[in-house]
Design a protein around this ligand. Structure first.
Ligand code: SF4
Ligand code: SF4
Length: 270
């Protein structure tokens, strides 16, 4: 997603292109919305969320369906439940490529903002992917001790196993969690280089971003907030790796992540 559309990924290397390996992870973002085609419902349904809740509970729905319901409930009566603003140019005509081509690394702060709206469990919409399949992310790798082996993982949004689109993507209709989508989604494809906003041209984003095509001030604030949250996130991951990874397991990491992120959750002004 773009800085204009309010979504975004990161620099070229942050949201990393999918690699041709079986355990590969990759792909990313989109904006906009309304009613959801039947085939999408099947594709994005998440058995993890449906399994342990009564059919009447909102938590019996997948996270994307909860997000869609939330938007529908909050839309003024008689208006369509738009999930995100209409996709502005230059993103409108690009097909929002950055939402389906990359792994989207996130932080515990992103997760808390999503959970605040949707409830449920982080493992419904994100996962600890094999870090060997994702290069160039500034997010620290998480050590997970599993069956006697220490593995390195990267915290990313889940993607649909068949289409590789982000779990929250509504394709041309936008992002279902617009407004509380991850910071990395909001800043792509911009980074700060030597204190200046820089456009990280890569093969996914086809645009040459010119001044005036985006709100420079807002994008700068977003990238700064993102960098600061990544630093905090990396600190708590390093603490986990050094002190707890050997004595615990993946379940222990999720607990550590949410507890420590809650202690430092910043106010977001972007
Ligand atoms: S959360 Fe997913 S659909 Fe939304 S902007 Fe990010 S990658 Fe795209
Ligand atoms: S790939 Fe580039 S032009 Fe397309 S939606 Fe993403 S930021 Fe916008």
């Amino acid at each position: 997603m773009s800085p204009n559309s309010g979504g975004a990924a990161m620099g070229k290397k942050t949201l990393k292109p999918r690699q041709k390996k079986e355990q590969t992870i990759s792909r990313a973002l989109i904006p906009n919305a309304a009613a959801r085609p039947e085939e999408e419902k099947e594709e994005s349904g998440n058995p993890a969320s449906a399994a342990s809740h009564s059919p009447d509970s909102p938590l019996s729905l997948s996270p994307i369906d909860r997000a869609i319901r939330l938007k529908a409930e909050s839309a003024p009566s008689g208006t369509p439940a738009l999930h995100s603003p209409p996709i502005p140019e230059p993103c409108g005509s690009c097909g929002v490529k950055c939402c389906n081509r990359f792994a989207v690394p996130i932080t515990g702060f992103d997760i808390l903002r999503i959970l605040e709206k949707l409830g449920g469990e982080p493992t419904e919409f994100c996962e600890l992917a094999d870090a060997r399949t994702i290069e160039g992310s500034p997010h620290s790798r998480v050590f997970i001790f599993d069956k006697g082996v220490m593995g390195e993982r990267l915290l990313v949004l889940k993607r649909h196993p068949k289409t590789n689109w982000c779990h929250f993507s509504r394709h041309s209709m936008g992002c279902a969690i617009w407004g509380y989508h991850p910071l990395v989604c909001r800043s792509y494809p911009f980074i700060l280089k030597d204190g200046k906003l820089a456009y990280t041209k890569n093969y996914v984003c086809p645009r040459n971003w010119e001044k005036g095509e985006y709100d420079e001030e807002r994008v700068r604030k977003t990238v700064e907030a993102q960098n600061s949250e990544i630093e905090d996130y990396n600190r708590l991951v390093r603490a986990w790796n050094a002190e707890r990874a050997r004595k615990s397991d993946e379940k222990g990491f999720w607990k550590h992540l949410l507890e420590k992120s809650r202690e430092r959750l910043p106010e977001l002004d972007v």
